[in-house]
Design a protein around this ligand. Sequence first.
Ligand SMILES: [Fe+2]
Length: 362
Amino acid sequence: MTLIKKMIRTSRIYYNPEVYYGKDAISCLKSIQQENLLILISNTIRNSEHYQIIQTHVSKKTCRVEIITHPTQETILALKEKYLHSKPEAIIAIGGGKVIDTAKCLKLVLNNPSIDFSNMHKLQFSEVNEIKLVAVPTTPSTGSEANSVAVITDRRGVKTPYLNDSFIPDMAVMDYNFLESFDLKSLYVLAADIFTHASEGMVSVARTPFLKAIGHSCLSLLESGLNALKKDLKDTRALSELSSAGYLGGIMVGNAYVGAIHALAHTLEKQTNKSHSNLILSLIKPVYSWSKTQKDNPLYNEFLSIYEQIGFEDYVNYDVFNEINIDEWIEDANKDINMMTNGIKMDKENIPQLIEWVLNNR
Ligand SMILES: [Fe+2]
């Protein structure tokens, strides 16, 4: 329970009260006290062998299940209507960021029915916190299990981040068994997202020595895990390192925020059908090489050297920049909230310069 429910100047780190991790960590679901559960799950997990295992762990509970495909405002408000008069004791979100972010908002609006998307952006605390939230990420890169941020798509298709201290899941469960079905290329692409959660936070306007240390740990787990997975994709220690890196990346996103790479990726997501992680991967090298020309910060060289060391370049597809509307990209990027926390101050003058650099230096 939060003791301080107002914005104060003192730095604060958001952490989950309970974190379970490692092989078969998912089995902890059978020990949670709550009996009446609402399970939000991705289609991928619903159709996988993992679903049967999950069912055995909650077989003694009363469970209702919803499959989440899109984290939209409509989805969340429809679920609010459906469950408002028969609330669960806990919501268990099993999936990627879409599922977990949907669950965060659903928990907030079910606990506080007067909240909807017209006032959610004004609130950073929740008065009522009866319904608990358990987040079980099934991809390594979401990080959503570790933070108080939920990214929801509005009616115009714009991804909007919401912040609320009640979004921090009451319990996070990182079970690397979920990662065993990914091929090496997919893991590299997802890891690029983790790489930027740590690195953009380490240079962001909200960086602190404490957060930088978490970012360094994240990058070192990432490097060690991916190098081991290159040799043996079944290396469970390496999968565990990747899963832990993803969690630390989530702490960075929630506390130090991200920057221009995420702003450029989010705005391109609107124009292409490429995934968030794929776009992030293709932006890392050009954005950090531009950043080096703007600010004398040794971290940019360090990021580029870790990027080389990990071997991300082998998995980049710069074709994502073909056939995009550059003017629209510039216009959207100017408005993206993540530009505001970038390590280099971004404005109407240097955003077009950065985009030109990205297109010419890929
Ligand atoms: Fe990301």
